[in-house]
Design a protein around this ligand. Sequence first.
Ligand SMILES: *Cc1c(COP(=O)(O)O)cnc(C)c1O
Length: 394
Amino acid sequence: MSKDDKATADVHTRLAHGGRDPRAQHGFVNPPVYHGSTVTFPDVETMLSGRQRYHYGRRGTPTTDALTGLLAELDGAAGVVLCPSGLSAISTALLSLASAGDHVLITDSAYGPTRHFADGVMKRMGISVDYYDPTIGAGIAALMRPNTRVVMTEAPGSQTFEMQDVPAVAAAARDHGAFTVMDNTWATPVYFRPLDHGVDVALMAATKYVVGHSDVMMGTVAANDRAWPLLKAFHGDSGLCCGPDDVNLALRGLRTMAVRLARHQESALAVAGWLETRPEVAKVLHPALPSHPGHALWRRDFSGASGLFSFVTREMPLKAVAAMLDGLAYFGLGYSWGGFESLAIVADPRKIRTATTWNEPGHLVRLHVGLEDPDDLIADLASGFDRMNAVREG
Ligand SMILES: *Cc1c(COP(=O)(O)O)cnc(C)c1O
């Protein structure tokens, strides 16, 4: 089998075989972890020529190359950079592309800290920011200004799970000469490859499914040929790098990511379907459910769904929701997601909207369905609803 066959193999095969070369490592299956700042050169001529592959730890090591190489293959990218958190991947993507005087459009359903960064740092730097309805699709063209440089997408939306017509938004941005960025943490390239749909820069909080074990913070940014020179230059100039042991844990996590995602998907759908039958639940926000308003877009563009979704309760006091969540045995109360364990948060999207309004009278509960047995998780939630109802009736 040739190298080219490997690059077109199924994603499970690529995750198992990419980013490593046992013959170059004395036959060991995994690449070694290079701890290093200093790199030495054999002579002055080599040092000054720039020909040596590695010259300083911050600028990359064989360990970081193994991870970025595999990620670039997964996303079909010209290049990938690593950042010390998902949020720093967001700031890196945006600042690589936008400069003082530029205008940036961001989906109203963006991850909260994305909005905070845009409204704070970016505005302070003279970049103007507007938010748009995530369901706008090709209508984004009407919001473009002569100086619109970046359109930021995220699908499904953080907490509220609106789907976006990413190809339509990306096509409108490109017609206008702007770049499209996508936060693809939810689907990962296993279920959606943004660059194949016209997006220029696809980023992930690798903290979530790539690492997969809730023990490392990391972000990744992948770019196509058009955006890669800008991303590479900004990343290098700003001195971002990740520690070798974290990079190694991310590479280790990637090996099993598609298998974990399949299990997250199946269990989350089982839990979501069950929640739809519960009288305490007003709505389940999961794009793979036929009841979801963005279901057709999800079916058209995505090949799967991960383990994160929300539900909205019927109108009730917060203390009834708290009684449910406080006593859960398997769902931890915690931000983040993407690890092997189930998690829950209660959130209020009302506070972080400007282009659209959130009118649900109930409370929004976001669940991450982990790798536990789904029947155990459903039983856990069922006792939670008993506690909720005891407070409502009491
Ligand atoms: C968690 C998250 C991030 C940020 O990742 P960190 O590693 O926590 O900085 C970015 N985008 C989305 C959609 C997230 O859920």
